[in-house]
Design a protein around this ligand. Sequence first.
Ligand SMILES: *Cc1c(COP(=O)(O)O)cnc(C)c1O
Length: 377
Amino acid sequence: MKFIRSDLADFSAYTPHPGGVTPDPSVTPIDRLDTNESPFDLPEELKQKLAWTYQQGIEANRYPDGGHEALKQAIAEYVNESAGLLAETIRADYISVGNGSDELIRSILIATCLKGEGSILVAEPTFSMYGILAQTLGVSVVRVGRSLNFEMNLTEAQAASEQAAVPIRVVFVVHPNSPTGNLLTEAEQSWLKALPDYVLVVIDEAYFEFSQNSLVGELLQRPNWIILRTFSKAFRLAAHRVGYAIAHPDLITVLEKVRLPYNVPSFSQAAAQLALAHRQQLLGNIPVLIAEREKLLQGLAANPLLKVWSSSANFIYLRLQAESPSASEVLEGICQQLKNQGTLIRHTGGGLRITIGTPEENQRTLDRLTKLAIEVK
Ligand SMILES: *Cc1c(COP(=O)(O)O)cnc(C)c1O
């Protein structure tokens, strides 16, 4: 296919559930603990309400509301409430809605670095989509490391921000980070605040509802900061693909220019509005997931072969206690064997990331992992 861009030959498509043989779900239950979704579906009565909205309120022959006005209003209200800000601090013109936050990440890249005008900076391990989307757009990615507690290497980051071959225009951070679960430290936040105004700072708060720690309050005095959030995790709407960006209205206007006109289907907009209207109910089980996280953490930490880190999100990150050149193969082996037993987790960034599921799923994870860790020893 001579018409395809030459650099795309080496790419592979994103694999939602990589590797291994998945058992027959009619025989073994599949515990999907590899994508950080909520283990809880929408409650039945909310699904019924949504179905009613579809029947009575959505004209299937009409395009969606391309301006997302009602949804942006509802999001702005929630953002103020969630960050302890006065009502109307963040208004609808501070919000842009995307087909998942993935779309917003791509819009940010299109609006900043395309045509060789800039590169992006990430500290690994982190969310892989920044790098993947950048590469598909031909945007170069500068990668720096992290310390043992997963704080980004600020010396490396500072050097890169001053000397990168293609100047860095965007720094992507996750708060708390995926896959490692740690919040931005004071030092990291100070470094981000000191970046010059020609560098855009993207703070991805996909797990905000679990951490309850937001930097939204900073946006008012920082026109070069943008915060991303999603309905895919705590709000239990991964099926609907809705994410949003919060930033100064001038920056939002630019994101709105580069997105597709009808990017969020009417049904998904309705689902997100319904979720916001019932947020107390939907977010009400977060304490259950947090308690489960702490329980699983303790169970895994009791295993002398595993090194586990505390987490501010709905997942746990672990590595093997013993550093060894074959660690990656051992971890891959564990991942595959868990998969054969029906537990899907993610092998990423030199460790294993396990999403918190239902209490039954978490117990199975602990039992299976404990047994496997002893076998590989
Ligand atoms: C899950 C996740 C998202 C969400 O992406 P959507 O496209 O909204 O589903 C964004 N950022 C991070 C860091 C995530 O882990």
